[in-house]
Design a protein around this ligand. Structure first.
Ligand code: ADP
Ligand code: MG
Length: 452
């Protein structure tokens, strides 16, 4: 019965999404479950499911509803286990060195991602210090700074660097016991030990490692007994000259609800930050990924300028950048097309939209002032001279066009002018634009400069 409904719905969907999309995305779907307000479909890959979810789930829901089978949710699950990748199982787990390991002596570390090595880490200005420090620790020599504290925003490579250290140490110093885990896992282990009355074992275990790496330490802020335990573990290891590597999303001093003594302890070694990526680094990362993908997707062609476009437009974080490229490759290979700018724009519309740069009024004022060779202060100041008033109006116009700010808000940023003044300025430019081709050119250029 359900499959009958689905058959009907498919007929409708051909009309809605077009024959091509239908053949590519809808036809391969197999309805597996239809009950309790959920329609579940089998899909060949995770990517496929994501794609259909993003683009066609609403259509499917609408059509199911008009066929008399309304559902709350449409889900996609990868079907045949043969086709499913098993990345988790493929990852090695940090193990204590064989020589010293015993059966009940397994370190409670988190799995390492095999891809996160120094080889695959692209070094640029924003991360060179962090990279150099990580390399130093990975040599496994006498500790020169303790702890190494890495911090920076989401997706800038902290975890990657920590895993790289662990991989490298396993190679160079298999005699060392290296333990990597997240602060969350540290807490979880600790709570478990408390519950099972094995705190002594817990302490012993953590004090017996040679290198301890704790990722995302900001997590223990505000968790008092875990902090306490962490502090003691930390001190015990430092006293024995054992290397500690810590990461967090901000500098030690900026982590709220972290005890002062821990903050100051964390600052004792080397504190390095990973800066937001710049264009060159992003392009480098993309190029490296492409080289990697080439072996996976044969015959794939990327048009000139696509990588540059992505590096330019997706500035938020490396994870998003990589995700974009992965999606682009998967899509292009599925539909068997060359990767062009058009394809990228289509396929990544949502990502591109959300990482559009937030333009500030101040930036607009600066660029416009620069362009017309006037002072930034004149943008805000009272001068009524045409040579100053006109550029000011241009800036007002662009602020209205390119930012979501309201007229009163814009007025405030133009030296506290009234919103009617801003409206007048905007109208003036709109009017002139149609007759003054120089002005129209200026606007076009400025727009391009500002929107990148
Ligand atoms: P964080 O822990 O700082 O949030 P991750 O280390 O998890 O970030 O990095 C997010 C993703 O970006 C990972 O897939 C990682 O491999 C990648 N990445 C980040 N920085 C670089 C870099 N410099 N070179 C190559 N890949 C990077
Ligand atoms: Mg991380």
């Amino acid at each position: 019965m359900t499959n009958e409904t689905w058959g009907q719905v498919r007929e409708e969907l051909i009309k809605r999404v077009g024959k091509n999309n239908y053949v590519t995305w809808i036809e391969p779907l197999k309805l597996s479950v239809l009950k309790n307000g959920v329609a579940r479909f089998e899909v060949p890959t995770i990517f496929f499911g994501d794609w259909v979810q993003r683009n066609y789930a609403d259509h499917i829901r609408t059509q199911l509803a008009s066929a008399g089978t309304p559902v709350d949710r449409v889900e996609f699950a990868v079907c045949a286990p043969t086709a499913a990748p098993a990345p988790v199982a493929a990852r090695p787990v940090v193990k204590p060195a064989r020589a010293r390991a015993t059966a009940d002596d397994e370190l409670p570390g988190a799995p390492l991602d095999a891809r996160f090595t120094f080889d695959s880490f692209v070094v640029g200005k924003p991360n060179e210090l962090a990279h150099a420090a990580a390399r130093r620790v990975a040599e496994g020599g006498p500790t020169t700074f303790n702890p190494l504290f890495l911090y920076g925003g989401v997706g800038l490579g902290k975890t990657h660097l920590m895993h790289a250290i662990a991989h490298e140490l396993q190679l160079r110093r298999p005699d060392l016991r290296v333990l990597y885990l997240s602060a969350e896992q540290f807490m979880y282990r600790f709570v478990q030990a408390l519950r099972e009355r094995q705190v002594m074992d817990f302490k012993e275990l953590f004090r017996s490692v040679d290198v301890l790496m704790v990722d995302d330490v900001q997590f223990i802020a505000g968790k008092d007994s875990t902090q306490e335990e962490f502090f003691h573990t930390f001190n015990a290891l430092v006293d024995q000259n054992k290397q500690i590597v810590i990461s967090a999303d901000r500098a030690p001093g900026e982590i709220k609800d972290l005890e002062e003594r821990i903050k100051s302890r964390l600052q004792c070694g080397l504190v390095v930050d990973l800066h937001p990526t710049d264009y060159e680094l992003r392009l480098g990362i993309l190029q490296q990924k492409v080289d990697h993908y080439r072996s996976q997707y044969r015959g794939l062609v990327i048009a000139d300028g696509v990588l540059e476009f992505l590096a330019h437009r997706i500035t938020t974080n490396v994870r998003v950048l990589e995700g974009a490229l992965t999606r682009l490759f998967a899509f292009a290979s599925l539909v068997g097309r060359e990767i062009t700018l058009d394809l990228a724009q289509d396929c990544l519309a949502d990502i591109l939209r959300s990482s559009d740069r937030k333009l500030s009024i101040e930036e607009i004022q600066r660029k416009v002032a620069e362009h017309y060779n006037i002072r930034l202060s004149d943008m805000i100041g009272p001068k009524r001279l045409r040579t100053i008033a006109r550029p000011r109006q241009v800036a007002m116009y662009l602020a209205k066009q390119l930012t979501p700010r309201s007229l009163p808000e814009i007025g405030r940023r133009f030296g506290g002018r009234d919103h009617t003044t801003i409206m007048h300025g905007v109208r003036k430019i709109e009017e002139l634009m149609t007759t003054d081709s120089q002005l129209a050119d200026d606007l076009q250029l400025l727009r391009r400069l500002l929107q990148g």
